[in-house]
Design a binder for this molecule. Structure first.
Ligand code: 3LM
Length: 405
């Protein structure tokens, strides 16, 4: 007799099967194929004592949706499964996830080590908020395998990085860096937003915690803001009850939890198509005479190509480029595009283009951007799911217009 879909004696199922089915039994309850959206903000206690016991963690049951919600619990179980962690907590945005993690795990006097390049608001959280409350932030070049050991001190608590990094596509060797950090008793946190668990699973490579802006590929349709942290059951409990519940209040609406469950079902096929399209466009851009540099780990000559091949399934949908002539030409190029939409965010079906210096990374001063490897001429493309010939034609027309001048 065949064992039921989620039974432990079944052989591991593929990524997309789990993204569609994990943790939900359609035969239970009313038999609805699609999990219900639980809209309740609060939950009835059977007795005063039952309520007290739930608060004390001595009885099971929901209390209030800022702590946990049944729709979001399913999403959390699915995200933990897909990232290979024990548990997960979902939040109201990616910054809600990163903030809840940081505020609950760090104290004044602690130090966090991080790579040179970070998404603009993460950089601002670290330098404009955490430092204000006595947490030290130090940047290390994590592309240099030996740099980390020399920077760790007795107050270092966390190591945080994005790979590939937003916006310059630096590829960090997760396994090597996590091994070095673990040797010093430090937890490694990876922002996996650019990849999604379909393309890269940092916990399997030794990281302790993974964060996402679920606004991006996980949702996949540009219609919600959300975040998630995945890690050990103990760390997630701390982040949920100290960080989300008491410090940030950054909980997720069950309606958005439902949209995320829907988004996850097509994550695998979307990431395949994002990767197919981006590879074609990166190769096209790399050969165009108007282009100075293309940063895409799927190009054989790219600096992170060897590490990327080892730790990613495919190379994803994000490309950074610089044009000959720098920022002014770059802005003209952005303005000439017709199918790529001028907008921040990423991971949507629609292809997007933006200018990090004046947009996503304007939280850095120009001096900081120079020191952290973000050039003014950088243009970021989030390659969507449109037909690749149409995208190529759009890029080609905009570039040819510039090159003809
Ligand atoms: C962006 N990024 O366009 P939310 N981590 C990474 C991210 O790229 C982001 C977050 C966390 C962009 C958003 S800029 C105003 C728009 C690697 C977000 C934060 O809080 O869900 O936006 O995630 O690069």
């Amino acid at each position: 007799m065949e064992s039921p879909p989620n039974s432990p004696d079944r052989k591991p199922q593929g990524f997309t099967t789990r993204a569609i089915h994990h943790g939900y039994d359609p035969y239970a309850g009313f038999g609805s194929l699609i999990p219900p959206i639980h809209v309740s903000s609060t939950y009835a206690f059977r007795s005063a004592e039952d309520g007290g016991q739930r608060f004390a963690g001595e009885a099971p049951g929901y209390i209030y949706s800022r702590l946990a919600n049944p729709t979001n619990s399913l999403l959390e179980a699915r995200m933990a499964e897909l990232e290979g962690g024990e548990a997960a907590v979902v939040t109201g945005s990616g910054m809600g996830a990163i903030g809840s993690l940081m505020w609950s795990m760090l104290s004044p006097g602690d130090e966090i080590l991080t790579d040179m390049t970070l998404y603009g608001c993460t950089f601002a959280l670290f330098h404009h908020a955490m430092e204000k409350f006595g947490v030290q932030v130090r940047h290390v070049d994590l592309l240099d395998g030996d740099a980390l050991a020399g920077q760790i001190s007795p107050v270092t608590k966390l190591l945080f990085f994005e790979t590939p990094a937003n916006p310059n596509m630096r590829v960090i060797d997760i396994e090597a860096v996590a091994r070095a950090a673990r040797g010093h008793g430090i937890k490694t946190v990876v922002d996996n937003t650019y990849m999604s668990p379909y393309l890269q699973r940092p916990i399997e490579l030794g990281a302790d915690l993974v964060v996402h802006s679920a606004t991006k590929y996980l949702g996949g349709h540009g219609d919600l803001l959300a975040g998630v942290v995945v890690g050990s059951a103990e760390d997630i409990e701390t982040i949920r009850y100290r960080g989300v519940k008491n410090m940030t209040g950054s909980c997720l609406s069950a309606f958005d939890g439902h949209l995320l469950l829907r988004g996850l079902k097509t994550l695998g096929i979307r990431m395949e198509l994002h990767s197919d399209n981006a590879q074609v466009l990166a190769e096209f851009l790399a050969c165009h005479p108007a282009v100075q540099h293309v940063y895409y780990p799927g190009l054989p000559g790219a600096p992170g190509h060897a590490v990327a091949k080892r730790q990613m399934r495919r190379f994803g949908g994000m490309i950074a480029l610089e044009l000959k002539g720098g920022m002014q030409i770059g802005l003209r190029f952005i303005n000439s595009l017709k199918l790529f939409t001028r907008a921040v965010s990423l991971g949507d079906c629609e292809s997007l283009v933006q200018h990090p210096t004046s947009m996503t990374h304007s939280t850095y001063t120009s001096d900081e951007r120079r020191r952290h490897g973000i050039t003014d001429g950088t243009i970021r493309l989030s390659v969507g799911l449109e037909d690749v010939e149409d995208l190529k034609e759009d890029l080609e027309a905009a570039l040819d217009a510039i090159y003809a001048d």
